[in-house]
Design a protein around this ligand. Structure first.
Ligand code: PEP
Ligand code: MN
Length: 285
């Protein structure tokens, strides 16, 4: 029989991935973060700023995210910036502000950890640990995060193939992690009209390859606020289990990713539209 027979799974690369692979007939694993359930009927919308900037900013936007139907809060305390002179995040102070915003809004939060030495402190406070695009093949970090036992949000690297991304998740699970959610956020291609090219097809590919949930971050793919909603809508239609959306009380004044951050009103309108699309395919927001 030909290796290219339609309907047959083609090998992505050499390498077994026993922990992340979906066995025939295996249902999607539900990843729980507090009351939030990834991989269930509900499409989970995570909203918040790129970076935590101060107490009013993060608690104010957390209230807006909750009001608009968001299920989780995001915000970076340690930011991977291209320039070493750009705002690097508030570090531990940012974590404390996220914890306070969780308290007032009732939303659990996800935040990025970049340095294996920070995993213990972030794991102590955060509900879910984000591995950013630039860290997806930082193997010591993947192991440390896996060993923490906390739920993990694993971004796709801007230059990683699906196979490399799946293997990164295998590292987390091999180190003891159990609860992992993939997050497609666009890849670098020859096309410069958006910040990255959203590979919405990876949602369908991952659905076939892995039993773990997959969400989409249209904000970092779009790079401009006017493109975020159409990409979010495509992601929900393609079967994503959730969305990660950057939103800010005053986007133009955001200290990072100002151009792609939605106003609270735009965030509300995005959740409303995505709810309608989710309902059309037997899901909800
Ligand atoms: C972020 O979520 O703010 C971020 C830095 O994303 P990425 O790692 O996808 O660039
Ligand atoms: Mn960002």
């Amino acid at each position: 029989m030909s290796a290219s027979q339609p309907g047959k799974l083609q090998p992505l690369t050499a390498g077994e991935m026993p922990l992340v692979s979906r066995a025939p007939g295996q249902p999607t694993t539900i990843v729980e973060v507090g009351k939030v359930r990834f991989g269930a009927e509900q499409v989970v919308i995570i909203g918040g700023p790129c970076a935590v900037e101060d107490a009013e900013q993060i608690s104010g936007i957390a209230a807006e995210v909750a009001r608009a139907g968001g299920a989780m809060l995001r915000g970076g305390a340690w930011k991977p910036r291209t320039s070493p002179y750009a705002f690097q995040g508030l570090g531990e102070e940012g974590l404390a502000l996220l914890a306070a915003a969780r308290h007032t809004s009732g939303l659990p939060f996800v935040t990025e950890v970049m340095d294996p030495r920070d995993v213990a402190i972030v794991a102590e406070t955060a509900d879910m640990l984000q591995i950013g695009s630039r860290s997806v093949q930082n193997f010591p970090l993947l192991r440390e995060v896996g060993a923490s036992g906390k739920p993990v949000l694993l971004k796709r690297g801007m230059m990683t193939t699906v196979a490399e991304w799946l293997n990164a998740a295998e590292y987390v699970l091999a180190a003891g992690g159990r609860d992992l959610v993939f997050c497609e956020r666009g890849i670098r291609t020859f096309e410069p009209s958006m910040r990255n090219t959203l590979d919405v097809g990876s949602v369908a590919v991952l659905r076939e390859r892995t039993h773990l949930p997959v969400i989409v971050d249209p904000s970092h793919a779009a790079g401009s606020r006017r493109f975020v909603a159409p990409l979010a809508q495509a992601a929900v239609a393609a079967g994503a289990d959730g969305l990660l959306i950057e939103t800010h009380l005053d986007p133009e004044r955001a200290l990072s990713d100002a151009g792609q951050s939605l106003t609270p009103a735009e965030f509300q309108s995005l959740t409303d539209t995505c709810r309608a699309i989710a309902r059309a395919i037997g899901r909800d927001v």
